[in-house]
Design a protein around this ligand. Structure first.
Ligand SMILES: [Mg+2]
Length: 138
């Protein structure tokens, strides 16, 4: 195992313990709210899309913050602080994870297992960065 893989595996093991506990609490919350009894995987995925759109919008605002923030301030238009925008991004990432944890449970899967499977595949993958995205070798 290469050093970065070792560190990532350690990090994943440490994080997944906490993630695993939290995902169980999220599932209990979903049960209590009647989400499993009254929704479907596809409706739940719509919720993921909604949260993804919110996260994207928050990230776009954060990206534009430097120049637009100054412009708006000079025009006297109230703008959210960088801290507020970062809190919006954090909220969005958390909400996406919640919807994905619930989706996995709806199709009788555990999101921790899904993450493990994904990591097992990507850890062996080679590729290169193209336009800001990792493109795998064929
Ligand atoms: Mg949200």
């Amino acid at each position: 195992m290469r050093p970065f893989e070792e560190n990532f595996a350690k990090m994943l093991a440490r994080e997944s313990m906490k993630y695993e506990e939290l995902s169980k609490l999220v599932s209990q919350w979903g049960e209590e709210k009647g989400i499993f009894a009254n929704s479907t995987p596809l409706r739940q995925l719509d919720k993921t899309q909604e949260e993804l759109d919110e996260t994207k919008s928050a990230l776009e605002k954060l990206n534009d913050f430097d120049y637009q923030g100054d412009l708006m301030e000079s025009l006297g238009v109230p703008t959210p602080s960088e801290e507020d925008l970062r809190a919006e991004v954090k909220d969005g990432i958390g909400d996406m994870l919640v919807t994905i944890i619930l989706l996995a449970k709806m199709v009788d899967m555990d999101s921790v297992d899904c993450l493990q499977s994904a990591y097992d595949v990507i850890k062996k993958r080679t590729g290169k960065m193209v336009n800001g995205l990792f493109v795998k070798d064929q």
